[in-house]
Design a protein around this ligand. Structure first.
Ligand code: F6R
Length: 243
C-alpha cells in the first residue's frame, strides 16, 4: 500500500485527477469506479477542469457506481445514481449510457446485486476504483464486521453513518434510508487499482487503523492492505494520527 500525504483536499483532488487523466491516456475506455459523498468532489472538479482545458480526454471513459440507497424513488436528487450523473457523468460531458450502477429500486434486491456484479465482470472489471472512507472505517457501505470477501449485496447502515449522511437530506435523519446496495469488499478488491482519498481530522482515526492496524473486518478499509495496487491519499489532517 502506498500512502501519499498532500497539504489539503484540493491537492489530493488534483493528484488523483492527474492519475485518472494518465490512465485515460493509456486506456481511453477505462472503467472508473466512483464513490459519492463529499470527499471525492475535488477529484471530479479537477478532472472536469482538465477535460474542459483539453488536458484530459474522458470522452470514452465508462463510469461505475460503488453503492446505492435502497428505496429512494427514481430520480430522487440524493439517490447515488442522480448524484453520480450530476457530479461526474454530466461535468465530464459523458452520455448516461457510459454509466452503470446497481438498481436500488428493484423488487428483487438480491437479483439486482448479482446482476451488478455480473455486469461489472462483463464490462471487463473496474480499472480504477476511487474510494472514500467512513468515520467508522467503512468503504462503499461495507460497515464494520462486513466480510472481507463479500460480494455486492444489501446492507443496513449503522446509526453513525445515517447521522453522518443526514446533511444530504436537509439534516433530517428520518429521511436517510436504512438500507443500501454496496459492492462487497471482495468485489471492490477486484478493481485493478484502488485509490482511497481521506481528508479532514474526522477521518484520522479510521486512516490510522486502515494503514497501520491489522487487517480486520472491524475496519473494512484495512482490506486495502491485501490489494497489490492500493494508493491512500490523505491530507495532513487525515494523516495526523499516523505514526
Ligand atoms: C459513498 C461511499 C462511502 C463514502 C464515505 C465517506 O459512495 O462509498 O463509503 O465514501 O461514507 O463519505 P464522505 O466523503 O461524505 O465523508
Amino acid at each position: 500500500m502506498e500512502v501519499v500525504i498532500v497539504p489539503d483536499a484540493k491537492a489530493g483532488g488534483e493528484l488523483i485527477a492527474q492519475g485518472i487523466a494518465d490512465l485515460l491516456r493509456r486506456k481511453p475506455d477505462a472503467l472508473l469506479g466512483v464513490a459519492t459523498g463529499s470527499t471525492p468532489l475535488p477529484v471530479y472538479e479537477a478532472l472536469a477542469r482538465k477535460v474542459r482545458a483539453g488536458e484530459a480526454d474522458a470522452s470514452r471513459a465508462r463510469i461505475a457506481q460503488l453503492d446505492e440507497y435502497v428505496g429512494l424513488p427514481a430520480g430522487h436528487p440524493e439517490s447515488y445514481r442522480s448524484v453520480v450523473l450530476r457530479e461526474v457523468v454530466e461535468p465530464l460531458g459523458l452520455s448516461p449510457d457510459a454509466f452503470m450502477g446497481p438498481d436500488g429500486s428493484a423488487q428483487d434486491v438480491q437479483g439486482a446485486c448479482e446482476a451488478y456484479d455480473a455486469a461489472l465482470a462483463e464490462a471487463g472489471g473496474v480499472d480504477l476504483q476511487l474510494l472514500g472512507i467512513g468515520t467508522d472505517g467503512h468503504i462503499g457501505f461495507n460497515e464494520p464486521c462486513s466480510s472481507l470477501v463479500s460480494r455486492t449485496r444489501i446492507k443496513t447502515l449503522t446509526q453513525q453513518t445515517r447521522v453522518d449522511n443526514a446533511r444530504f437530506f436537509d439534516g433530517d435523519i428520518a429521511q436517510v434510508p436504512h438500507h443500501v446496495i454496496t459492492q462487497g469488499i471482495g468485489t471492490i478488491l477486484e478493481a485493478r487499482h484502488l485509490v482511497l482519498l481521506a481528508t479532514g481530522e474526522g477521518k484520522a482515526e479510521a486512516v490510522a487503523a486502515t494503514v497501520e492496524g491489522p487487517v480486520a473486518a472491524l475496519v473494512p478499509a484495512s482490506a486495502l492492505q491485501l490489494h497489490p495496487h492500493a494508493t491512500v491519499v490523505v491530507d495532513e489532517a487525515a494523516a495526523s494520527k499516523l505514526k
